[in-house]
Each structure stands twice: as C-alpha cells, then as structure tokens.
Design a protein around this ligand. Sequence first.
Ligand code: XIL
Length: 324
Amino acid sequence: DSDISLKEKAAFKIGAAVKMRYLKEDAEYTQALKDNFNQITAEFEMKMDNIWLSEGEYNWEAADYLVQFAEDNNMAIHGHSLVWYRTFPNWFKNQDNDSIAFEAKVKTYITDVVGRYKGKIRSWDVVNEVFADGGGARDEAIIAPLFNDPVAFYGRCFQYAKDADPNAKLFYNDYSVVIDSGKRNAIKDMVATFKAKGYPIDGIGAQFHYGKSTGLTKINEGFTDLASTALLIHISELDIKMNANKSDLFVFSNSIAQEQSAIYESIVKMYEELPENQKFGISTWGVSDKYTWLTTEWHAKEYPLLLDTNFNKKIAYQGFLNGL
Ligand code: XIL
C-alpha cells in the first residue's frame, strides 16, 4: 500500500519537533502531524528558559498545552531538554559560582518538571550538548568550570529525574555523535562511568542535523559504534540540508530531491539494523518544509524535511518508507 504512513509502517516511534504556535494557528500543519507522526518533541517550549521564570516560579502554559495535545491525540511526548547550558535562564546562570548552590537549584528544577509530568512524558533528554567537538567539556557550558567532576554531576541529574519519574526513559542528547569520534568517546566514557557508579541512563539521542556532504560511510561506522553501548538509540532531530553553500539562488530541483531521499533511505536502513530492543524512534526536527529552524534561525534556503511547504509528501517521504 503506497498510502501507508510512516507511523503505520514503523515498528518504533516516528516523532517530530513541534511549536505550539503552529499547532494553534495552522490546521494543515496539525493535520499533517497527526497523519504521519506518533510522537512529539517541543522545539523550545520545554527548555529551561521557557519554563523557569525565577526560583520557585514556573510558566507551565506551553508545556501543559503540548502534553495535553499529545494525550488527546494518542501521541507520545519526548521531553526536551532538562539541562542545557544554552537555555539556562539569565537570572540562573549568573547567580551561583559555587557548585552546591547551583546543583540544589538544578535538582529542584528537574524534580518539579519531571514530577509534574510523571507518567505523561515518557522520555526525557536529561542532559544536552555538554561535550565539545572532538571530546572534552564545552568551554561555554557553564557547568564544567563549576564542578571538579562534571560527569558525576550529570549522573546525579539523571538520578534526580529517575527519582521524580522512575518509568521515564532518560537520554543524553548531542549533535555530531556519529561523525565525531572524540565526542562519541566522551559520551561512551560517561555511559561507562554511569554504569559503574549506578547512575541511570536509558538511551542516547543522536541529533542528525546532517547534509548531503556528510559521508554515509562515516555515519554508519559511528552509528554502529554508538550502538555498542547497548542503550536505546533515538535519532532525535533529523533533517537533511541540501544547500551546502547557503546560497540564495538555490533551487530544490527534482534531482536534489532524489538525492535527499536516498540519504533519508540510507539513514533509516541503518537504523533498522539496530537490535530491536535498541530502537526507540526517529524524530525529524520539524513537520514540513514550511517551518524549519534552518530557515527561521539559520536563514538558509533549505527544504530539509519529509513534507513540502504545502504538506505534500516529498520523495524523501517515500525514501524513508523504503528504509523501514
Ligand atoms: C533549536 C530550535 O529549533 C530553535 O527553534 C530554537 O530557537 C533553538 O533551538 N539542538 C537541539 C535543539 O538540541 O534544541 C535545537 O533546537 C537545535 C540544535
């Protein structure tokens, strides 16, 4: 049946990053989401700077809306993301230069957020993007300079989330995970430390913001290596750029669409090679080319997703289906 949808064909979750505003304002968008996907990630509404207004003061409005939307439409919701230096609110990141006070606040935040959605948000990115390209800690990550042993701090963050909702699946999420062996080794070392010390972790989110220049062989090797952790693997933010030089004259021609489709197909096939019990899901970073962060924040002429600007299925949609 050529009309089968991704969510019907896949044996794992098919997710999309969404924005509440589009759900409220664009009925076609909402319909396309419901027709094709069975999991959502909030594109920004569940990040710390959106929820955490000040100590003890939270804005739950958008997060509540999205959780209710998922429940009403029988979709899973993947929580993103609890601890990410880029989304620390200003009032918080400038406040403490001692690790104890800093950690106490983070603990309260994790406990309150995960606790509020206990049983509703089934998985969380607990820690996001703390490793530098090539490995080691990110200089700008705020956390690393505060703690003698940042990895132990991350482990305790996972423990706080676990205590707040023992059934939620807990992920570490990052970009370049499968193409940067230094970063991947840092993640694997962290996972080994967690296992040795008893900190809970269920999975790794590999973002997958790649493009036509990213070598598939390299992706494949890195992916296999990542899977050696035996954890769940979430392709968490998939989109495929085709306009390598960010040219304004770029035209998304039929041959480029075919090329993009082949990349999607290869990635999905590679994912399917994982042991069944490691397949958590594949999420695209957006629903359709009408709204993509590559246009709104990167200002590139890009058509990186599976549905076109009119919510019609692209060739890449068929490529993804073929891979399943
Ligand atoms: C991006 C969103 O797409 C934007 O709307 C937002 O302004 C910034 O964040 N890695 C992540 C995502 O983990 O949260 C990022 O999302 C993309 C890169």
